[in-house]
Every structure is written in C-alpha cells, then in structure tokens.
Design a protein around this ligand. Structure first.
Ligand SMILES: Cc1cc2nc3c(=O)[nH]c(=O)nc-3n(C[C@H](O)[C@H](O)[C@H](O)COP(=O)(O)OP(=O)(O)OC[C@H]3O[C@@H](n4cnc5c(N)ncnc54)[C@H](O)[C@@H]3O)c2cc1C
Length: 487
C-alpha cells in the first residue's frame, strides 16, 4: 500500500520507519529543508546549533524504538552520559551541580536539607514504580478506549501512581527546602504545566532525570533524526523535503488527494505528523474536522519559548553543558505563562553550551551558547521584546558566572513565537505541544484517529504527549494502528 506521511518530525520519522519496514511504499512530505522538525540544526560562522531539544532523556525508551525496528541505537548514535547532568544557579549567588552518581546525589540533597538523601531515595523508589507502570502500561496506548487502561499491574499499583495528587503536593509533603523542591519541580516543566496542575504520576520524570540521567548524542539531537531517516530509507521510504502539504481533498470519508504548491497526488493512506491543529483546522475540509475552533482555543498549550543561538569568541567560565537559572520565582513566571499570558517580569531561563562536551560545534577557543526562556504561547512577538529579554538573560548569566559575555558575541540569531508559527505551522506558536494536565492526558488528548477512515494523526499534540521520547512513541502507535487496520 502507498502511505503518505505529512511532516518528518520524530513522530513522522518513526512512523515512516515502521510502515516502510512492513513493506509499504512510504513517502514523507516535509515542509522544511531538513528532517527532524523541532530538532533541526543549523551552522553559521563555524558554530553548529541544535535548534530545539537538547535534553536526551529516557535513553531506554529511545533504545527500545531502535530494537523494535530490528536495529541497535549504538550503530547510529554515540551517547555520552553527562556528569554533572546540569548546574542550577540560585538567587543567593550559589549553584548546585547534579551529579550522575546516585550516592553523590544523595549527599547533595543531605546538604540541601536534613535527611535530604534519605528522603530522595524514598522519593525515587516511588517514582521508579510510576516510571515502570507509566512507560510499560500507558505510553503505547492509542487512547481510543477506556478498556486500554484496564491492566493487572495498573490495578495493583493504582494508589502508588498518585493520579489525583499533584507533583507540587507530593514534593512539598516530602521536602522542606526551597532548593530541593525547585530541583524536583524542574522535570515536569517539560510537560508544559505548573507542578500544582500536573498529576504526581509524572514524578516519573524525576526518575528519568536523576536515575536514568542526562545524555548527549555526539553530533547533537539531529543525529537521532538522521538515524531514523537512514533506517526508513533502508526500507525504501522516500523523503520529499521543502514540500509543504497545502491541503487534503476528501470524498466519502476518505482522503483522496494531497495538495502541494502547484500539484497534487492521489493517496491511499495518510499519517499526519505535522502540528495536529494545523492539519485538522487548515488542511482538512470543514465537514471532516472532529474538533471546533472553540475546542482548540480551550486546550491548554505548553509554553512557547524565546531562544537565542549565540556564538561567543571565548571560552565561558563556570558553566556546564546544561545550566538552569532558577534565581527567580518559578510560580511568578508560571503565572505569566499560564494564567495571565504576558512577557514575564522575572523569567527563569536555561543556557546550553554543547561545546563544553563536543568542542567541534564551535571554532577553536569559542563556545556555542543556546539560551531559552519559556514564554506564554500566543503573546506578541517582536524584535524589541526579544532583545530586551536577551539582555536580561545575559546580564544575569554574567552576574552569576562572574564574566562578561556580551562583548564577546560574534554570532546571534533569535527564534520565537512567530518563527514557530512560520516554520512548523505551530498552533499559537507553541514549542512543546499540548500541556500534560490530567484533563489532557491519555484518552482525553486529541484522538489519533480522525473522521476520515484513511487518516491517522501522530506527534506531540496527541498521545502520549510532548517531548522527544513521547513523540517517537507516538509515531510507533500511529503506525501500529495503520497496520492493524489492514494496511
Ligand atoms: C525549543 C525546544 C526545546 C525542546 N527541548 C526538549 C528537550 O530538551 N527534550 C525533549 O525530550 N523534548 C524537547 N522538546 C520537545 C520535542 O522537541 C518535541 O516534543 C518533539 O520534537 C515533537 O516532535 P513532533 O514530531 O511531534 O513534531 P515536530 O517536530 O514539530 O514535527 C512536525 C513536522 O511537520 C512539518 N510540517 C508542518 N507543517 C507541514 C506541512 N504543511 N507539510 C509538510 N510538513 C509540515 C514540520 O516542518 C515538522 O518537521 C523541545 C521542543 C522545543 C521546540
């Protein structure tokens, strides 16, 4: 059967791999010049930048995708565990490194509060149960029936999953110090909501962070996309880059044609890996849309981001590969993302310097600096605002690390809401898709099926959710559904 895939983000790529491996004629249509979607990369003036994801977490889940494809991840990607995993900067001008070794980590927590190590050990034991049940029992479910959730393991561990307690409550019940609490709140920020609105089930992310660790794929995140492209091509998939799909023609509850600029083609089966909202609301004729504009408007989107890619012509001191600037109040910043969307008064931000691990990504003696500030989706975006916040971030980074940076910037590119919309057709310019609140989890997410019999969705706006591992799994779930339907 001929299968056409819209978009070559991680979800579309994995879908292409599974479908091509099963003998289908797969064509992937990608709007941009490169595969990988939000994990694109670019080079400028000797610097190489990963444009989006930089935290390679849950390596076990990513390895499993390769295994399910009959491949070994290590044949394609050279992974290095980072130690420390990251550095956190605080408002009292101190910083904390998060060591890879658990024993050392317990000692770090002992320094943060009385019995901190013991408390962390217990917390991680509970988080491990959630990780195991969550990843084994929920992640690969298509979210089409409640029966999918009935499982002996889930039943046995139901109360340990803490579905109705928030991350905030769980963390604050167990830890007293501001710093321990902040470190343990951090991973759920990837899920696009504040810890008091995310079920404590997702402290499974703390297990991923602190036990499974932070890794770096040599060559950056784009290597993962290139590896998947290679596997899909090995099985015969054909990639068409710079080819945006401009519409879907439909008849008798089926997609009949994909339209492109200047031509169209007939189709048998379609997998949509581009932003769900865009495909559903812009490409499909109205009568075949499952959701209304009002439905979409009421969805809680994960944040967008202001990003700066900076080339610095000197070595940066006192920074690690990953650096979190938690020197301002998360709750206040969170309010200005989720409750009263506006540019933040005192933002938290993140700095990534991959040249600390892989010097080849910057000219000799230089560093590539990636700054990211989470931002409410849909707010105004212009150059003046971007520059204002660049200065805020750099001033604080200079202050905390005790060096001047602004005078050494030799390359600068910004990326924000307008770019997310322009490059990815991203709804409200979101960066990470749909927030993983309880009411937007599993079966309550936009469905992977559609009103059209031969169209299946995948990607970060549907099951299982945002992030690299979930997006990969989403592609597998969509492919499985297509295969089950008899393709
Ligand atoms: C700045 C940033 C930092 C992040 N950091 C991390 C991190 O550190 N760790 C982590 O795990 N996750 C991170 N994430 C989240 C993660 O990158 C995403 O959840 C994941 O990559 C989404 O993959 P996807 O396939 O669902 O969507 P996308 O990557 O958006 O792929 C969709 C594809 O569809 C294409 N497309 C759109 N419209 C059309 C069209 N009309 N025709 C054809 N193609 C089209 C797009 O060009 C794109 O290639 C980050 C995301 C961002 C933006």
């Amino acid at each position: 059967m001929q299968i056409d895939i819209i978009g070559s983000g991680f979800a579309g790529l994995v879908s292409a791999c599974f479908l091509a491996k099963n003998g289908h004629e797969v064509h992937v249509h990608e709007k941009n010049e490169m595969v990988g979607g939000r994990a694109r990369t670019f080079k400028a003036e000797g610097f190489t930048f990963d444009m989006g994801p930089s935290w390679y977490w849950m390596p076990d889940l990513i390895d499993k995708i390769f295994e399910d494809l009959g491949e070994k991840r290590s044949d394609y990607i050279d992974l290095k565990r980072l130690d420390p995993s990251y550095r956190v900067f605080w408002n009292d001008k101190t910083n904390t490194d998060m060591p890879a070794s658990l024993e050392e980590l317990y000692r770090v927590f002992d320094d943060l509060e009385k019995d901190g190590g013991k408390k962390l050990k217990r917390f991680l034991e509970d988080a491990q149960v959630k990780y195991k049940v969550g990843t084994e029992k929920f992640l690969e479910k298509p979210g089409l029936s409640l029966l999918e959730l009935i499982d002996v393991e889930v039943f046995k561990n139901f109360f340990k999953l803490d579905l109705f307690k928030s991350v905030e409550k769980d963390v604050c019940n167990r830890f007293e110090s501001y710093k321990a609490r902040s470190i343990l709140r951090f991973p759920v920020l990837f899920l696009g909501e504040m810890p008091h609105r995310i079920p404590s089930l997702y402290t499974l992310m703390n297990y991923a962070d602190l036990k499974l660790g932070t890794w770096y794929p040599k060559g950056g995140m784009q290597q993962l996309a290139q590896a998947l492209k290679q596997i899909a091509e090995k099985h015969g998939a054909i990639f068409h880059l710079n080819r945006p799909v401009t519409g879907l023609e439909c008849a008798n509850n089926k997609v009949t044609h994909l339209n492109f600029e200047g031509h169209s083609k007939t189709v048998e089966q379609v997998v949509a890996g581009a932003d769900y909202n865009f495909v559903e609301q812009q490409l499909i004729p109205k009568e075949y849309r499952r959701y209304s504009p009002d439905y979409w408007d009421k969805r809680k989107m994960a944040p967008s981001s202001l990003i700066y890619y900076l080339g610095v012509n000197k070595k940066l001191e006192n920074v690690e590969h990953h650096n979190l600037f938690f020197d301002e109040d998360l709750v206040e910043h969170g309010k200005q993302i989720y409750d009263q969307p506006e540019w933040p008064d005192s933002p938290l931000f993140y700095a990534c310097v991959t040249s600390k691990t892989e010097p080849e990504v910057a000219p000799e003696g230089s560093e590539n600096l990636f700054l990211l500030m989470p931002l409410a989706p849909g707010v105004e975006d212009n150059e003046v605002l971007r520059e204002k916040y660049l200065n805020i971030m750099l001033e604080r980074m200079e202050r905390h690390t005790g060096q001047s940076i602004r005078g050494s910037i030799v390359y600068k590119r910004s990326y924000c809401i307008n770019d997310f919309k322009e490059d990815y057709n991203s709804y409200k310019g979101n960066a990470y898709g749909l927030a993983n609140t309880l009411m937007q989890t599993a079966n309550l997410k936009p469905k992977i099926t559609s009103k059209l019999d031969n169209l299946v969705f995948c990607g970060q706006l549907t099951v299982p959710g945002p992030g690299v591992p979930p997006a990969l799994i989403s592609g597998k779930v969509a492919a499985k559904l297509v295969l089950q339907k008899g393709a």
